[in-house]
Design a protein around this ligand. Structure first.
Ligand SMILES: O=C1C[C@@](O)(C(=O)O)C[C@@H](O)[C@@H]1O
Length: 254
């Protein structure tokens, strides 16, 4: 039977795809304003994209900011994500800092899910997963290609590898350069759902062309979709209200 991931009462991997909104504030004031605004939205999960934060290379300041965010977002599940530049993030840090930061934050009890990038040393990933497990933090293992859509066998193999490494939620986001690329991502997702995935997965075809992939998760097998509040964290994100409406409409017709 397929596993699910339940965080703060939200179950990822059953029912309709869950809607996650990334926070992309640069300063603590902006982040708190964003956190307050997010409370007016019909979302399921919040992602803090900490690489957008001006103090993203200062672990103490990140911890303090997270505490303040948590005081506003008391009930929402929070994904903690430091996205490195080579995977489409705002800055590049050393591997040492990346793992130190993620281990420290996973131990704070302030987050529900940590996002770990797949293309790292297996040993480092395992150590971080151990810390997450000890602190009841679920693990997304993610991969991003902002230039192209790899062949479907490659997409499937990366998602399977993320599961093999112990990720609770394998994730991939890729860039389409044609309509066929969008089909490739959807096909890979569907094959994962039907043949390989014993746990929730997240797949995204980015940009305007790929927007359809953010809406059709229930049919093809992606369990969470990223939507925008005011500012997007990746190309092609749709507003939360539109996402909710269309996901529900597609669900009603399934
Ligand atoms: O990996 C993802 C998916 C994403 O890149 C998107 O395309 O919606 C947005 C990121 O914030 C998130 O970490």
């Amino acid at each position: 039977m397929k596993k699910v991931v339940t965080v703060k009462g939200v179950t990822i991997g059953e029912g309709l795809p869950k809607i996650c909104v990334p926070m992309v504030g640069r300063t603590l004031d902006e982040l708190l304003e964003e956190a307050n605004f997010l409370q007016s939205l019909d979302l399921d999960v919040v992602e803090w994209r900490v690489d957008f934060f001006e103090d993203a290379e200062n672990i103490d300041k990140i911890k303090t900011a997270l505490q303040a965010i948590r005081e506003v977002l008391v009930y929402e599940p929070i994904i903690f994500t430091f996205r490195n530049a080579k995977e489409g993030g705002e800055r590049e840090v050393s591997k040492e800092f990346y793992f130190e930061l993620n281990k420290t934050i996973a131990s704070t009890k302030l987050i529900d899910i940590v996002d770990i990038e797949l293309f790292n040393e297996e040993e480092e990933i395992q150590t971080l997963i151990d810390v997450a497990r000890k602190n009841d933090v679920a693990v997304i293992i993610s991969n991003h290609d902002f230039d192209k859509t790899p062949p479907k066998e490659e997409i499937i193999s990366r998602l399977c590898r993320a599961a093999e490494l112990g990720g609770d939620i394998p994730k991939i986001a890729v860039m389409p350069n044609s309509a066929k690329d969008v089909i490739t991502l959807l096909d890979a997702t569907c094959i994962m759902k039907e043949k390989y995935a014993d746990r929730p997965i997240i797949t995204v075809s980015m940009d305007g062309k790929g927007a359809i992939s953010r809406l059709t998760g229930e049919l093809f097998g992606s369990d969470l979709t990223f939507g925008a509040a005011k500012k997007t964290s990746a190309p092609g994100q749709i507003s939360v209200a539109d996402l909710r409406k269309i996901i529900q409409l597609l669900h009603n017709n399934l």
